[in-house]
Write a protein that binds this ligand. Structure first.
Ligand SMILES: Nc1ncnc2c1ncn2[C@@H]1O[C@H](COP(=O)(O)OP(=O)(O)OP(=O)(O)O)[C@@H](O)[C@H]1O
Ligand SMILES: Nc1nc2c(c(=O)[nH]1)N=C(CO)CN2
Length: 178
């Protein structure tokens, strides 16, 4: 068994629908879903100076029977594909219908999985800098630690953007209930 924290983001098309569909597709893997946050784009403007629109972000805690961390990456890519995500080679942080990042994975015994493979770096190497990951994560795991970076609570308090983010809607908005 393994558990994972997944970050979901969308800033193109029907953003809320993309998040909702992704959570529904995770189905029985879902343990908890954060609130939905509208967040300023992280990563700066594109090569032509174009600004990226604001994102809707949420974080999901999920569980899997298997213990292969790459299964989480495959699942993330499949969710992005299903949301019609297209890649723009000229702009790394181009607007996207859905972005799913694997933030951290815990093995069956609760130890965090570490990986330096560029295809799957764990914990996610930029998560500690991202208010859009940290603040929603705090909703569902108030005592979480980002392995190697300390308490998520402390990271949120130290980040003015994260500390200011306001939950847009009650958590129930992304719940699996009909
Ligand atoms: N923890 C991780 N979660 C998701 N993708 C990862 C992770 N570690 C490495 N990758 C790799 O990163 C590559 C780029 O992924 P993606 O296009 O989602 O990046 P991005 O969301 O634009 O940027 P960022 O990685 O900064 O979030 C993928 O090929 C993927 O294999
Ligand atoms: N606010 C916000 N900014 C981003 C996001 C995201 O999900 N939310 N995802 C990115 C690519 O991983 C780049 N920038």
């Amino acid at each position: 068994m393994s558990r994972a924290v997944l970050s979901l983001g969308s800033n193109l098309g029907d953003r809320a629908a993309s998040l909702r569909t992704a959570v529904a597709a995770l189905g029985d893997h879902v343990i908890a879903v954060s609130g939905v946050y509208e967040t300023p784009p992280w990563g700066g403007p594109g090569p032509d100076g174009r600004e990226s629109p604001p994102y809707l972000n949420a974080v999901v805690l999920a569980v899997d029977d298997g213990d292969d961390p790459y299964a989480w990456l495959a699942r993330a890519r499949e969710l992005e594909r299903a949301a019609g995500r297209e890649r723009d080679p000229s702009w790394q942080y181009a607007p996207r219908t859905l972005d799913v990042d694997v933030i951290t994975v815990w093995a069956d015994d609760g130890t965090p999985v570490r990986s330096e493979d560029p295809d799957l770096v764990l914990p996610h190497p930029r998560a500690h800098q991202r208010a859009f990951v940290l603040r929603p994560w705090l909703d569902i795991q108030p005592y979480a630690q980002l392995p190697g970076r300390g308490w998520v609570y402390d990271l949120v308090r130290a980040d003015p953007v994260a500390a200011d983010l306001t939950n847009l809607r009650p958590c129930a908005d992304l719940s699996l209930e009909p």
